[in-house]
Design a binder for this molecule. Structure first.
Ligand SMILES: C[S@@+](CC[C@H](N)C(=O)[O-])C[C@H]1O[C@@H](n2cnc3c(N)ncnc32)[C@H](O)[C@@H]1O
Length: 254
């Protein structure tokens, strides 16, 4: 099964095909904005996805370590795998950051209790990545996939997305979705849960958020500057809470 056969379970799956290959490797040049601008993940979503007694976790496509940091705070032994050197350089050293991809994970068979993926499964080749995740998991270990979406039921967030565009809209979450994967040997059918949370922003952080998006990174300079102006126009004054919805999926190695 190729990428085009991915079950469209999520608002970000499948990604638009036109410049997908360019976008998946674009993040490196915006690593500082990514670290400053992206929100973290709710700890309760991570706890929901981890198996009882989890000790060792692979954070796959770890980026700058947003999800990695939450895992470290839970006292877990974390192995962060990330292909882009600029992103990897920001990951806490305690997470043993290493170069690698989802389709060729540089860890031994059966070596982790869980594999977590934040905001990145839509960049993978799903069959190859799922086979690799299953290989590195011990029996009973879990896969946890997480996506942070903006809660556009809140009027200013809807206005913000109307002004600056964006694929990560909570309103696109389906009440009765197809599973994010199905029929994968050695992995249970996945379950989904939704976690509401929020992060404190100001206009500068909201600009960093938008600038860290792959589609923004690839814009011509004048369009990017105009986009940043629109973000500043629509951002609330001072500090504010950005309302978020984390869509989480978990499955178990059988
Ligand atoms: C939107 S960022 C998410 C980073 C981090 N997980 C987070 O939650 O902030 C997507 C990351 O996926 C990585 N990525 C893209 N394709 C990948 C692949 N095939 N294997 C592993 N990582 C990949 C990119 O380098 C980038 O760091």
């Amino acid at each position: 099964m190729g990428r085009a056969d991915t079950v469209p379970a999520h608002t970000l799956l499948p990604m638009p095909a036109d410049n997908w290959s360019e976008r998946r490797v674009a993040f490196g040049s915006a690593a500082a904005d990514y670290a400053a601008g992206r929100p973290s993940y709710p700890t309760e979503a991570l706890r929901w996805a981890l198996p009882d007694g989890a000790r060792t976790v692979l954070d796959l496509a770890a980026g700058t370590g947003k999800l990695t940091e939450r895992l470290l705070e839970l006292g877990l032994e974390v192995h962060a795998v990330e292909p882009l050197a600029e992103m990897r350089a920001v990951i806490p050293a305690a997470a043993h950051p290493v170069d690698g991809t989802a389709e060729a994970i540089p860890l031994p068979d059966g070596s982790v209790d869980a594999v977590t993926v934040g905001q990145a499964f839509h960049w993978f080749d799903p069959p190859a990545a799922l086979a690799e995740m299953r290989r590195v998991l011990r029996p009973g270990g879990t896969v946890g996939l997480f996506w942070n979406l903006l809660d556009d039921s809140v009027p200013w967030v809807a206005d913000f997305l109307a002004s600056v565009g964006g694929e990560e809209r909570a309103s696109a979450i389906k009440p009765d979705p197809h599973p994010v994967w199905t029929g994968i040997d050695g992995l249970s059918e996945p379950e989904r849960a939704i976690f509401r949370h929020a992060a404190t922003y100001d206009a500068a952080r909201l600009v960093a958020y938008v600038v860290s998006r792959s589609q923004t990174i690839l814009l011509p300079a004048d369009e990017r500057a105009a986009l940043i102006d629109r973000v500043r126009d629509v951002a609330p004054d001072g500090e504010f809470e950005l309302p978020l919805v984390c869509e989480a999926w978990r499955g178990t190695k059988t």
